[in-house]
Every structure is written in structure tokens, then in C-alpha cells.
Design a protein around this ligand. Structure first.
Ligand SMILES: [Zn+2]
Length: 513
């Protein structure tokens, strides 16, 4: 990941940054620090107790690109991607989000982050650990394995295998005992995953699977082979963290559609379906406000307004998971969206917190790990099953593994889900005129099985007396609905192949993704 020339260029750029900061230093309090890595020393700009993200990333051999409008840095290399921006303490890394102690900040075009950003996020990405010596103003960074601190070289990697078919693909999960680098290789009869620099403890030599696309998984040495059921299949492999795993997605290569003879014009029914899910219902009231307002009623009222608002923005048919005060299991809500082949799934809720003063909207997309404690509480509260509902598919012996399998349905759509969550949160911040609570991630079960972009919106805190009053008001409900509809419009506007309402041919098959 680091060539001598790229490292030299990085060091050179870093040196010029430090030069600038040496000149500005007396005015705004910056001071340089040094960074030692693999026997070389690099200057790194510092601002108070924060350090330049770009300098450190380049010293580690990562490629850094900067969006000049937003000041956001995208750091790539070694199969990883990290996005760091000013004003946020949420750091998207690969497919998850890591929370750091305080927000990053931009000073004269340079992005600075607190020490824990480097310790928790950047160094582990380079398989390194680092400590800052405040007296010498020096970061000492060493490789995680075989470090002078005497930690053992990495032992053999143990791998578990699970196979699940989520139409139209089969996903093979290779769950690892630790994060490890791997190289995928597509061969005629399957896809091979070879782990680099690690011995692999195989769970078996070969196991056959009763799956439409995958016949078997074989282990030999440091390589696992996912064997195709038939010739001509295609596959890709990608890493997920929390827990560490490699997912191999096997599918049929997309063929060009056959040329059809002149058909009658299609009926004027939009092909795009959006499923809106009013949280809770029936005996399951959800959260209850201090004035007695029940979450299940607010979610239904807002959902009906959203259902009316979206088709005004995007040519679509909106289906509600419930249009009455009835109880539905979490899995049935997602199943309905999958059955309808929906292009989007929006689950609506109202938040509740024992912390007085908690207010504002929050938009979530799925992750196995929660962004923070509040996110984890929200997920625990929303995941309470309806009495008598069916458990997740698969055996109940290992609920963790069940969840991992089930969340594969959503993992293919995480990027789009996060894009949708961002658009919705941006619009809701305008409506609620509250602080930006930001987009978050948590293991919401209602999102896990969705085979389309899916988000869960906590429209406000029903536990907050003022917000409870707002949530009752038709004006606020209508504003929330139109904010969500606007965001859905933005989402589809930036996605190729979807017609806005004013477009010539409304409706595009959502499955054409
Ligand atoms: Zn809820």
C-alpha cells in the first residue's frame, strides 16, 4: 500500500503543511509533532491536543483525497475506506461507524482529530498501535504484531461457515476469529478466498450445502473455496466487521433482456413501491408520553401523511405495513416489503429516553454494532417482539449467528441506506429546528431482513413534554411527512433510472439495481 515514491510525496506534502503551521503557530496555537513509523520519522501538524488526520494517514501509506467544498477526507488503502469530516465524532470506517471522544475540526483547511481517532480508528486500519509521548511531542507507532511490548504473533485464524439464500443471491459468511487480510479470486468453478499472512484453522475440509447456487465450501491450507452449483455463476467477496467476517455473495450473471415483440403500452401504474411501516400497534403501544400520547398512534398518523406525500414527489405506490391499530411482528413488516419488491422501506417511530431534555429527530440504518449507548438503548426498546411472534429464521441455538445471517439481506444495501438516512435527517433537522442528532447505526431487527434500502426514523422524543405536544399537532406531522417525502425524492433523484413525478415515464423497476 505504500510505495517509496508515494511515501516521499506524502512526507513532502506533510512538510509543507508543517511549514505553514509553524508560521501560523504563534497566532493560533498550533505546534508540530513527529510521527515515527517503520523506522522513519514524519512531521505531523497539531492543533492543541489534536493532530492532522491527513498527515498521519499519508505517513502510514494511505491515499488521502479531500473534498474542497466540505473539507471531508476520504482515506483509502489496504482494502479499507475511512471518511473523516469536520464537526462530527462519527467516523464511517468500511461498513460501520466508530464514535470518537470529540468532534474533528477543520483549521485553515486542515482536518484535526483527537488522539483517540488515531488510536481507535486510523492505527488499527494500518494494523498498528500508537502512543503519544507528550514531552517529546512524538507519536510512536508500531505494527500490532510482534510489537516490542511482547504481544504474541497472530495465532491461527479460526473460521466458521454459514450459508443463506436470500433471493436472488446466496451469501456465504466466513466468520473469522479476528480481522485478517484476504484476497478473493474468481475461478471457473467458484470463488476462492485466500487469507494473507495467516494460518487458517478450517472447521472442515469440505461441507456440502443444499442451496440453489452453492454446492459446497472447501478448505485447503490458507484458502476457502465456495463451489458453485452450476457453471456461469458470478460472485464477489467483501469484508464486514463487528464481528469480523468475509461475505461471499454468489449470483447469476445478469443477462441482457430478450428483445420483446411490440407489446401493448404498460398500464400507468408506477412500478416503484415504497413500504412505510408505522411502528408498533394493537396491544403493543410503544413508548408513551408524559401526557399519555401513545407511539403507535403517532406513527400511524404520520405514516398516513407520508403515504400521501411521497407520490407527490416520486412516481410510486406506497404501501403501509398496517393501516389500523393492529399488532404485527417485526419480521412480518420486513417480509411484506420484500414480498412487495419494494424499492424503499421506512419504519417510523417516536423516541423515548429517561434522560430529561433528550429531543430532536434521529435517523438510523442497520449495523450489528450500535453507534453509541443511546442508539443501543433505542434498538433494544424497538426490538421487543410482539408476544407470540415467530423467531428469526434458523435455529435459536445461536442468536448472534442468526442475526448475522439475517442482516445479510440488508448488508448489500447499506451504502444506499446510509445515503437515504442522511437525506432524511438533513430534511428533518430543518423541520424540528433542533440540534443535529445525526444519523446513527444500531441493530434494529425490523431493518435486518429488508432486501432494499431501509431506514428507521425516530421522528421525535415522545418522552419530552414539548415534543409530545408537537407530535400530536397536525402541522408538525404534516411537516415531518413532507420532509421525509422530499428526502425520498432527493434519494431517487441521485439514483440513476428513477423517474421523478414530472418525468415522461413514471415508474422504474426497483429491482434494476
Ligand atoms: Zn418504536
Amino acid at each position: 500500500m505504500s510505495t517509496p515514491s508515494s511515501r516521499a510525496a506524502g512526507a513532502c506534502l506533510a512538510a509543507s503543511v508543517v511549514l505553514v503551521f509553524a508560521m501560523l503557530g504563534s497566532a493560533i496555537g498550533q505546534s508540530a509533532a513527529t510521527f515515527t513509523w517503520r523506522g522513519e520519522s514524519y512531521p505531523i501538524a497539531a492543533a492543541g491536543s489534536d493532530f492532522s488526520v491527513g498527515d498521519a494517514a499519508r505517513a502510514l501509506g494511505f491515499a488521502v483525497s479531500r473534498d474542497t467544498t466540505t473539507g471531508v477526507l476520504t482515506i483509502t488503502g489496504d482494502g479499507h475506506q475511512l471518511v473523516a469530516g469536520p464537526g462530527t465524532s462519527q467516523v464511517p470506517v468500511d461498513q460501520r461507524t466508530v464514535e470518537i471522544g470529540k468532534p474533528m475540526r477543520s483549521v485553515r483547511g486542515v482536518l484535526y482529530a483527537p488522539a483517540d481517532f488515531f488510536e481507535k480508528v486510523l492505527f488499527p486500519l494500518a494494523r498498528a498501535t500508537g502512543t503519544f509521548d507528550a514531552t517529546k511531542r512524538q507519536w510512536i507507532v508500531v505494527e500490532s504484531r510482534g510489537t516490542p511490548s511482547g504481544s504474541e504473533p497472530a495465532g491461527p485464524l479460526s473460521v466458521d461457515v454459514a450459508v443463506v439464500h436470500v433471493e436472488p443471491t446466496t451469501q456465504v459468511v466466513l466468520r473469522e476469529s479476528a480481522s485478517a487480510r484476504f484476497e478473493p479470486r474468481l475461478i471457473e468453478s467458484g470463488l476462492q478466498v485466500r487469507w494473507i499472512d495467516r494460518k487458517v484453522t478450517a472447521p472442515f475440509a469440505e461441507r456440502r450445502f443444499d442451496d440453489p447456487l452453492v454446492a459446497a465450501v472447501r478448505f485447503e491450507g490458507d484458502t476457502a473455496t465456495v463451489v458453485f452449483r452450476e457453471p456461469g455463476l458470478t460472485a464477489r467477496a467483501y469484508p464486514l466487521t463487528g464481528p469480523d467476517r468475509v461475505v461471499v455473495e454468489v449470483g447469476r450473471a445478469v443477462e441482457a433482456p430478450p428483445v420483446e415483440p411490440a407489446a401493448p403500452p404498460p398500464p400507468a401504474v408506477p412500478a416503484l413501491t415504497i413500504v412505510v411501516d408505522p411502528g408498533h400497534g394493537g396491544t403493543e403501544t410503544g413508548a408513551v408520553g408524559p401526557g399519555g400520547l401513545q407511539e403507535k398512534d403517532v406513527t400511524l398518523q404520520i405514516a398516513r401523511r407520508v403515504a400521501a406525500a411521497i407520490p407527490r414527489v416520486v412516481a410510486s405506490r406506497v404501501v403501509l405495513t398496517r393501516d389500523s391499530d393492529s399488532a404485527i411482528s417485526l419480521d412480518d413488516r420486513t417480509s411484506l416489503a420484500n414480498h412487495e419488491k419494494a424499492g424503499l422501506f421506512l419504519s417510523l417511530h417516536a423516541n423515548s429516553s429517561r434522560a430529561t431534555g433528550a429531543h430532536g429527530s434521529e435517523t438510523y440504518y442497520l449495523s450489528l454494532e450500535s453507534s453509541d449507548r443511546l442508539a443501543s438503548e433505542a434498538a433494544r426498546r424497538e426490538n421487543q417482539p410482539v408476544p407470540g411472534s415467530t423467531p428469526l429464521p434458523g435455529s435459536a441455538t445461536n442468536p448472534d449467528l442468526d442475526f448475522i445471517l439475517w442482516d445479510l439481506a440488508q448488508s448489500a444495501h447499506l451504502n444506499e441506506s446510509s445515503r437515504l438516512a442522511e437525506a432524511i435527517q438533513r430534511e428533518l433537522n430543518v423541520v424540528s429546528k433542533t440540534e443535529n442528532r445525526g444519523i446513527k447505526q444500531a441493530p434494529f431487527r425490523v431493518l435486518a431482513g429488508a432486501t432494499m434500502p431501509a431506514v428507521l426514523v425516530e421522528v421525535g422524543f415522545i418522552s419530552h413534554p414539548d415534543e409530545e405536544k408537537q407530535l400530536r399537532s397536525a402541522t408538525f406531522q404534516e411537516n415531518v411527512a413532507s420532509a421525509i417525502a422530499t428526502a425520498v425524492g432527493e434519494f431517487f433523484a441521485k439514483r440513476p433510472g428513477t423517474a421523478p413525478v414530472s418525468g415522461p415515464t413514471p415508474g422504474t423497476t426497483p429491482s434494476a439495481r
